[in-house]
Design a protein around this ligand. Sequence first.
Ligand code: KIV
Ligand code: ZN
Length: 504
Amino acid sequence: MKQPFFYDVTLRDGNQALKKPWNTSEKEIIFNKLLELGVQGIEVGFSGASDMDFEACRYLADIAPKNVVISGLARAVKGDIDKVAHAIKHAPKPRIHTFIAMNPLGLEYVLKKPLTEVKKIAIDAVSYAKSVLPTYGEVQFSVEHFGDCRENLDEVIEAVQDIVKAGANVINLPNTVERFRPMEFIEMVKKVRLALPEDIIIAVHCHNDLGMASATTVESYFAGATQLECSLNGLGERAGNTNMYEVAVALYNSGVDVPLNMQNIYETSLLVSEMANVPIWEKAPIIGYDALAHRSGIHQDGVVKTKHLEKGAYRAFNPELIGRGDAEKLGFTSQSGKTAIYELINSTQYQISMQEAVYLAPFAKQKAENVGELSLKQLLKLYFDEICDVKGPFKLSDFTKIGADKFNLSFNRNNEEFDVIVKGSGPLDACINALKKSGFPLELEHYEQHAIEDLANEKEKSKAMSVLHFNDNGNIIIARAINTSTAQANVQAVFNGLNLMFKS
Ligand code: KIV
Ligand code: ZN
């Protein structure tokens, strides 16, 4: 299988669809981005459209590198062809791209000429373009509205065979207006491929009127069209042209050697959107802000379980591939679950166990039902309120050190007051002794402490987080608390554990 040849039309089809077409210096910025992306061909403009576009085409051809085809669009008329030839004469790999429609509707109502006459115009245009180019120059011919040539396909193919004899190196088959099934178009591409010599390049140029341009382009490649005409961000007339990123990623996923620096895709898309003044829809495949977000609990679970794999659950491609390494995100909504809580909180300096995430999930879901997706700040607030301060029958009133190893604990349980003085090797030991003495024995299995940075507080830069594991008749209960005092964090964590165990 031949490597795909990415032929970019952003500066021509994309530009002609802008509310404010680009000038030379704006085009140069996009041109350089295309070179960084590594495209093989660039259609720099339609030099017959305006003096400004002629100038841009001339300038870009002058600065073009040796290995990139520089092409200019011309109607099948001498004047346009001369202009392109003049504009791109310094390009190391110049190409004149000429076109005319051959579809029944276009012949009858727009050109008002029979196909025989149009074929002659095309042949003359191609041989003239050939004659004004240096020997290393190429001619591309486009059957405009090829997708609408279903009824006269055999005659069109005959015309194209003669156009090739006249010197066309590339035959482009545009789906100028996308109306029908991609498969029908692909069958037509196959027919043309079979009818032309091997060394003639077949191109496809698909518009996206029904949203299937990328699919059609990808499948056309497998049908033998190796030149893929695409644009950045899918910019182009009406609903745009084939989006280059979608084609590149789909081919890459299918095992095709894609000759592009795909890691430049995302940064390029942002720049193009800004320069075109066309925002990227947040759900746009690949480049949309939200295109790599997961909100349903089932999806989040699959995503997390496969995050170490190249091919992940609910992940069409590795975001690193297009330079969006950090774009995959989990959002907590009422549709989400424990996995998102676990991942989101553990992505901060606070920690949470899966058991605690399960506990927190109903609180978070209830909040999200009212407010929509929770911000990390809102989720952390729930964590502080529900995990680090568990409400229940036990309420700590006071815990004070009253001697070298003596402590006073007072608390309330269901309106019953307790006030106990005990000895202990430290605050935690003393608190557990006091509870035992009050009739609430606890079995501490594990204890750990972490320092938490208090970013909001200038003076108290760090806080203590205590994490305790209690054995409650064989069940491990995890409790935690945060406080500026280590002793208070320990005692609060004990009470959080008690409330978890004694919650009705
Ligand atoms: O969409 C189209 O048919 C075109 C041609 C000029 C190639 O843009
Ligand atoms: Zn087009």
